[in-house]
Write a protein that binds this ligand. Structure first.
Ligand code: HPA
Length: 284
């Protein structure tokens, strides 16, 4: 279901109202300033927030359960410096076959709650030959090769223009700030262009060669739709990839989701340090 008719737009609004009411009933006063959507293997950064309140996606109206291992399906209300963060442990993907709705919903919900800062994380295959497994890449821009566009159809929200500008999808101020904080804390990072595909098959070496020529530094199956919707809504978007493997043909090894998860697990302390330092500064 890639299109969104007027009726569906109305349905989204009704569902969002139900979801917000449910969350306010469950958690009381909610006023989060940041939404953080965790990609493969990133869920455990929840450990940087000791006093969180959590609900399974399956219990929340409007949410659908995740179907991929490494995506927990838990929504948490977290705190740093007495400011709230909405943490999505687990995301949906186009390859799961349910269209854009489940992918768009968390971003629309974050917007409905008045959240301005949208932080996205993912696991990605490294194309840039200077990248190593375990590197954290700050996404500077993206190439959408997902074969479709999450903004097709009737407006998801009146704030989203029909033809959104995309010259700075990933907010420059947030990116600079993250770099400064990382440097100050001696946390290494790389920067680059993320190319997104629908998946679920990993790429062929010939495809990766082609993407390298096109200027991609890393490849993955997520993040772009959420970033496009957040940008359309006027949110400040920031994305970080964990390079969980070298892309097909860059190394001789065959690719598996198991290895992606394992690499993310090894990089976890770095991922936690990165976001802990950044959020403490952002929400000071
Ligand atoms: N390709 C696509 N998606 C991915 C990869 C990859 O190599 N690694 C993690 N997600």
């Amino acid at each position: 279901m890639l299109n969104c008719t007027m009726d569906e737009t109305e349905k989204i609004k009704v569902t969002l109202t139900k979801t917000v009411t449910y969350l306010r009933n469950a958690w009381g006063k909610i006023n989060p300033e940041v939404a953080l959507i965790c990609g493969s293997g990133w869920g455990e950064i929840s450990e940087i927030f000791p006093n969180s309140l959590s609900i399974n996606y399956s219990e929340i109206p409007g949410f659908s359960s995740t179907t991929v291992e490494g995506h927990e399906g838990i929504l948490s209300l977290c705190e740093i410096n007495q400011k709230q963060i909405l943490l999505f442990q687990g995301r949906r993907h186009l390859y799961e076959g349910e269209g854009w709705d489940p992918i768009r919903f968390p971003v629309l919900l974050a917007n409905e709650l008045g959240i301005q800062n949208l932080l996205l994380t993912n696991a990605a295959g490294g194309i840039n030959p200077n990248f190593q497994v375990g590197d954290l890449m700050i996404v500077e821009d993206h190439i959408n090769f997902m074969d479709s566009n999450p903004l097709i159809g009737a407006s998801l929200n009146p704030k989203i223009p029909r033809f959104p500008d995309q010259t700075e999808v990933y907010d420059n101020t947030l990116r600079q700030r993250l770099q400064e904080i990382a440097k100050k804390n001696d946390l290494p990072f790389v920067k680059g262009i993320y190319l997104g595909l629908s998946g679920p098959a990993f790429e062929t070496p010939a495809e990766i060669n082609a993407f390298r020529v096109l200027g991609a530094d890393a490849v993955g199956m997520s993040t772009i739709p959420e970033a496009m919707i957040g940008n359309g809504l006027g949110m400040k978007v920031l994305a970080v990839s964990c390079i969980s493997n070298l892309a097909a043909g860059i190394s001789e090894e065959k690719l598996s989701h198991q290895d992606v998860k394992q690499a993310a697990q090894i990089a976890l302390p770095k991922m936690k340090a990165f976001f802990s330092a950044f959020l403490r500064d952002l929400l000071a």
